[in-house]
Design a protein around this ligand. Structure first.
Ligand code: SME
Length: 146
């Protein structure tokens, strides 16, 4: 089970008083990517038009730029507004493979003033690398900062 206590404190300290959404997304991506084991890609896809996500701040190899709500794990998260935990990306219909090394992922909705503004996507090169503990901690980070 991952321990998020330090990274939560760091993110709170770095983002305190910041109102710019992109700056906070960049900081959160950076901190999670560089401190959490198994976080091989971390980034945000932003809702830029109805039913359309475009890549935002991220860390890791290149991510695809555009994801319609009907595609991939990120699209499923945006459409349902529910966190998606995918233990085996190869078994997820319509998964978008930005990197062939990705084996599992978690994607969470990001809200501002009660409105969906983005999703947070975390990919791991290990199968079955995310669970309820990750969901709770990452949802907490998003709630605290947006
Ligand atoms: N895995 C995502 C696509 C984004 S990349 O992994 C960075 C998906 O299927 O939604």
């Amino acid at each position: 089970m991952r321990d998020y206590s330090e990274v939560i404190k760091t993110i709170v300290a770095l983002c305190e008083g910041e109102t710019d959404t992109i700056s906070k997304m960049a900081t959160i991506s950076c901190e999670l990517f560089h401190t959490m084991e198994g976080f091989d890609w971390v980034g945000f896809y932003r809702v830029v038009e109805p039913e359309l996500l475009k890549v935002g701040p991220y860390q890791g190899g290149h991510g695809c730029l555009v994801i319609p709500f009907d595609n991939g794990v990120c699209g499923a998260c945006a459409k349902t507004q529910k966190t998606q935990i995918v233990p085996d990306v190869h078994a997820f219909p319509g998964h978008i493979a930005c990197s062939s090394s990705t084996q599992s992922e978690i994607v969470l909705p990001v809200y501002q003033d009660g409105k969906l503004i983005a999703v947070l996507d975390v990919d791991s090169d290990k199968p079955n690398d995310f669970d309820e503990n990750d969901k709770v901690a990452l949802e907490e980070i998003l709630k605290q900062n947006f």
